[in-house]
Every structure is written in C-alpha cells, then in structure tokens.
Write a protein that binds this ligand. Structure first.
Ligand code: AMP
Length: 630
C-alpha cells in the first residue's frame, strides 16, 4: 500500500489522514499481509515460517529482535549478497543511523519505494500546518538543512544518513513548491559537502530574503542553535557580502557560489545596515534575534521533543517566544508519524503513527517508566518534588514482580492510554519485528489511531546533537581514561555526567571523584586539586576518543559538540549526592549512583564541590565508517 498525497489538495490530504486513522486496524492488517506475501520467500522469513505468510504464525514464530540479531544479514548485503536474503524489493542503499553497534553506526536497509513512503509523510505536513497557520503560501521557509559524509560499501551500495539520502534524491529536488522558490536555501547550498560553506551560504540567502521568510527551521533544535552561533561569528562578513554584492572568496564550491550569486544580485547597503544594527543590538543581547532578523516569522520548525527538549529555553530566548513546532517522528529504520496539533506546547506534543508506514507492534514496559528511567540513570530529575526523584522501595519490589510475567507485544490499536511501550517495527525494507529502542507513552487517540509522546530512547544517557551515548559506552570510555591516572596513584572512585547545553555547542561534562591510593582524606583533597592539568586534559581526550563514531563525527567534523570537560570534585561529594537522592525519596538499599544527572539542584550540588576543571584539547579522530569486505 503506497499512498500518494498531493499537498496542494489540503482537503484531500486531511481526508486521507482521517481515513487512515479511522481504519487504523484494517490498514495495519493489510500492511502486514502485504509485507508477508511479498517477503515470505526471503531467507530470513523462510527460516522461521518455511514460506508461509500467515499473520498469526508470523507473531508466534518470528522473534522480536534487536540490531545485533539482524546485523549479519545487513552486513552480508553490504558485502554484495542479494537483497532477497531479507527483502523481495531491491535494497538500493543503506542508511547509517545515529544509533551505534560496536562503536559504529547501525546500518538500515532502504529501497526506492521507501523514499516514496517518506515523501508521502513529508507531503502531509504541509496541509496539517496550513490548518493552524494562515498565509504560509505568502512567503518562504528558511530551512537550514545539511548533508553528511557517505561511503560506498564493498557491494557498491551507498551507506549514508537517512536525511542525506533524502536530500540527494529526486523526491527532494522535486518536493512540492520547490520550483516556485518557496525555500530560501537553494538545493545546491544544502547539497554542498563542506558544512561551513553550506551554512554560510544558507544563512546569506536567508538574510537576503529576510522580508519573505514566514518560518524558520532545521531538523533538530541543536542544528538551528548551531546556525545561530555561526551567525554570531559571521554576521559582519555576511553583511559585508550583502553590502558589496560579492560573495566571500572562501566560498569556492561552484554550486554554492553560483546559486548564491543568483540571489545576491546587487549591492544592498540598506539591507546590510539593517541586519548589522539588529546584530549589534545597541547594547541589547541576542534575545529574540530570530524575530528581529526575520520579522515575519510565524513559527520555528524544529524537533524539540526527546533529547532535544534540553534546548527549549535557549530557543525561546533566541526566537523571542515564537511557537516551536515538532512536526514529525522518524528514524533510519522507518518514518513513523506526524504531529496533528503542531502548535501544541513542546511538553504536550504527541505523534500519531501513520498506519500505512509499516506494521507497528508495542512491547509493554513497566508502569512507572518515567521514574524507572531515573533509577536506571537515564535521567535524574531529583530536585523537584520527591515523586520526581528516585522510586520508593515498595514500588520497586512491586514492579519487579510484575516484570517477571513477560508481556507480549500488542498491535497499534490495542495500546492503552497512559501506558508505556517500546516500539517494534516490521517494514517493507527487510526489518521484521525490530525493536527501535524508543519508549513511547500513549496520550490519546485520533479516531482509532493512538497518539504517542516520545519519552526517551532506551539506555541513552547523554546526547547533545545526534549522538546517543549509553551507560555502557560511557563506562568503557571512562575506564580507558582512568588508566592514565593509576600510575600517578589516583583511583577514580565515582563518576557521573551531564550534557551541558548552556553554551553553543553543548558539551559533555563528567564529574569525577578521585582518591589517592593509601592516603588520608585531607591529603586526597589537596592532591586532587593539584592534579596535573595535562594528564587530566589527556583523560578528557581519551574519553572522547573512546566514545562511538557518531560522537566523534559530531565533535570533529560537524563541530556540533564542544570539548569534553572533566570536573574533579572533593572527596565525599558522591556521598552527598546519595544523601540528596535519598532525601528526595530514593531507597537507601537500592541506591545506585546515577550515571547521568539532569536536575539543576543535583548539578549545583556537584558544582559547589568542584576542585578542578579540565577540557579536552584535541579533537578526536574520526573517519567515515568503512566496511571491510568479508
Ligand atoms: P536515526 O536513526 O539516527 O535517524 O535516529 C532516529 C531516532 O531519533 C529515533 O528512533 C528517536 O529516538 C529519535 N527521534 C526521531 N524523531 C524524534 C522526535 N520527533 N522526537 C524525539 N526523538 C526523535
């Protein structure tokens, strides 16, 4: 079932949403039937179903899997074996996800038809938005979009991030209204592989066309903030280009140069002056700079749910309180759904999974998942009310009992409001009952289709941009780094971390408590303060070098993450952290140091005991994922 949506036909498109959500179950059953009949002969499905395509058998016999289970099949395809080991449709490329396996990006299969499915979802966003904001056709969108490096696998298939794949496709070039120049960034500037030139040119084009801009956006909040930081660094040069009508000489990419020159046709000193006066701000800060530079902007189109929620206050500051709109929920595996109420507050955003995108199942997860996340160190909200802190003992015991009865995955229409689930997908591209790793909460229904709040990604403790560092990766990296201290007689006794997004780009902060082997307290404290800075900086670099390739790419290629920082804290700080968490309702018996903290009070507590701060001085080594032929 491959549907088409004509975004010019607002009424027709919205009717499609109504039909899909009203018939959610029927559509899901049809989708599963199609996937099974098309793929029953693939090596993967045949190994469980012996060629049968019965839906009940599928659920009974095909296991729910993680990436590690399907990795061998995907690697075989990357190494040249035929697509049909997992998919009857030709796999045309591989998508590198921001999730990693063994330190390298996970790779997901994709097909030509998959691009059309994505286009369908993108096209729906336009009519949905038009319902809530008038007159969007009277101006332009300034969307700052970027491509990332790609590689050719031994089979000849390209492996690249999902958005790079989409931006390089005809579907993107021919996207609705593109030929009417409704976007300020020419395609050539988006498709430029030098991210500095791409950013500069997109901002220049956006500034020149500032009077026409009605919406400003990027995919994730982190990318838009990076653009604002870039603007802070480059506004004088940008204004000078506008004043002289000449693009800076360092813009050497021919596509970018030509496209920008077409827009920057003549010197415009009046515009340059106007922009300059906003940027200088006459003593004012950059508060509301988006609204001041692009005065007709009606909303900011960036995802601010999930890990991006940490950027909401900064975005509010720069946008001057414009609505922040999270339009869709998607991944490399599959595009899932859209936000049918785009103007809702970020904390109220729910996504409606479109039942024609894939076959969705849901693994129930424990009842108080928000709180469970806390004890697992996914986030520590302690510091608010005690109900936000660590859980009470009785609750934990009760839930442990519940957990013992393993629950089965349920269908899309069977999920219950208020309950938490892990998303499992079966796609047209060769993923069967695949655990995406996202935890969602059911917030309600649109017709018969449930709506979900994105709660968090399983196991991720730190994230600044598209990086997703889990507890295990963090432990491995810290373990590597602490080896540098041992010859000096120091032991790392405790650590925790947080994503510091006060400055742009944000950076990882680790709090370390150190102990001198065999020495008394006072001395320990003193020694910690006298740590050799160059060794500590080396520890910072070692942690960075040991983190996965997505972190290292963000840090060294995209520059979307700043240098990692280690803050050494006084002896006894982690005891104080425990006392604090216990005072907030944590069980003493089951207390485990959270490996990531979020609440301001906890960060303040640790910060007040810092005796030394050290930053990484090197950018970690990164090179595009290379697949060795097997
Ligand atoms: P990737 O596979 O690198 O494209 O990353 C996909 C993941 O990004 C999803 O599985 C989610 O964890 C996260 N993500 C995507 N869209 C959203 C959204 N709208 N809100 C929160 N998280 C999202």
């Amino acid at each position: 079932m491959l549907l088409h949506c004509d975004p010019n036909d607002g009424e027709g498109s919205l009717k499609l949403v109504e039909d899909l959500t009203t018939n959610a179950n029927e559509v899901q059953q049809q989708i599963l039937e199609e996937i099974l009949t098309q793929n029953a002969d693939t090596e993967y499905l045949k190994s469980f179903l012996g060629g049968c395509f019965d839906k009940e058998q599928f659920k009974n016999k095909v296991p729910i899997v993680t990436y590690e289970d399907i990795k061998p099949y995907i690697e075989r395809i990357a190494n040249g074996e035929a697509s049909r080991i997992i998919s009857s449709q030709q796999i045309t490329e591989l998508l590198t996800s921001s999730g990693t396996s063994g330190g390298q990006p996970k790779i997901m299969p994709s097909t030509a038809q998959d691009l059309d499915r994505k286009t369908f979802l993108y096209n729906l966003l336009v009519p949905v938005m038009n319902q809530y904001v008038d007159g969007l056709d009277q101006g332009k969108g300034m969307y700052l979009l970027f491509i990332k490096p790609e590689i050719r696998t031994p089979s000849g298939l390209m492996a690249r991030p999902v958005l790079t794949s989409y931006y390089k496709s005809c579907n993107f070039r021919n996207r609705p209204f593109n030929r009417f120049n409704v976007y300020t960034s020419p395609d050539e500037t988006i498709l430029c592989s030098d991210c500095r030139q791409s950013m500069y040119c997109q901002l220049l084009c956006g500034l020149i066309q500032r009077d026409e801009v009605l919406r400003v956006g990027a995919v994730f909040a982190s990318a838009l903030l990076r653009a604002i930081k870039f603007l802070e660094d480059y506004w004088q040069e940008l204004c000078s280009n506008i004043r002289t009508g000449h693009v800076s000489d360092w813009i050497t990419d021919p596509g970018c140069r030509n496209a920008v020159s077409d827009i920057l046709r003549q010197p415009n000193s009046e515009l340059a002056h106007l922009i300059e006066s906003e940027c200088i701000g006459n003593g004012k800060s950059w508060e509301g700079i988006i609204k001041r530079l692009w005065p007709r902007t009606k909303y900011v189109d960036v995802i601010v749910t999930g890990s991006m929620a940490q950027y909401i206050p900064t975005l509010d500051f720069y946008s001057g309180g414009l609505p922040l709109v999270s339009t869709m929920y998607a991944s490399s595996e599959c595009y899932f759904g859209i936000n049918l109420k785009p103007l809702s507050e970020p904390s109220d955003v729910s996504y409606t999974l479109l039942p024609n995108m894939a076959y969705f199942e849901f693994l129930p997860v424990e009842r108080n998942h928000d709180q469970a996340a806390v004890t697992q160190g996914i986030q520590c909200n302690g510091g608010g009310s005690d109900r936000n802190g660590l859980r009470r003992e009785e609750e934990e015991e009760e839930e442990e009992e519940e957990e013992e009865e393993e629950e089965e995955a349920v269908d899309l229409v069977q999920v219950k409001p208020g309950h938490y689930y892990e998303l499992v997908v079966t796609t047209f591209t060769g993923l069967y009952r695949y655990r995406v790793g996202d935890i969602l909460k059911v917030t309600g229904f649109h017709n018969n289709a449930p709506q979900f709040r994105f709660v968090h990604r399983l196991n991720v403790v730190l994230s600044i941009d598209t990086d997703k560092t889990n507890e295990e990766d963090l432990l491995k990296a810290v373990t590597q780094a602490k080896l540098l201290l041992e010859p000096l007689g120091f032991l790392l006794t405790e650590y925790t971390s947080y994503a510091d997004t006060c400055s742009i780009p944000g950076h990882y902060v680790l709090f370390w408590e150190l102990k001198m082997k065999g020495n008394g307290n006072q001395q320990q404290q003193q020694q910690a303060a006298e740590l050799n800075p160059s060794i500590m900086e080396e520890c910072c670099s070692t942690v960075e070098q040991s983190l996965d390739s997505v972190y290292r790419r963000c840090r060294s290629k995209d520059r979307s993450i700043g240098p990692l920082e280690i803050r050494v804290v006084q002896h006894g700080t982690f005891d104080a952290l425990m006392d604090f968490c216990v005072s907030q309702g944590s069980s003493v018996n089951q207390y485990k140091t959270p490996r990531c903290i979020k609440s301001e009070k906890t960060i303040e507590l640790l910060d007040s005991r810092v005796v030394g701060r050290f930053f990484s001085k090197k950018t970690p080594h990164w090179e595009p994922y290379r697949m060795e032929a097997k």
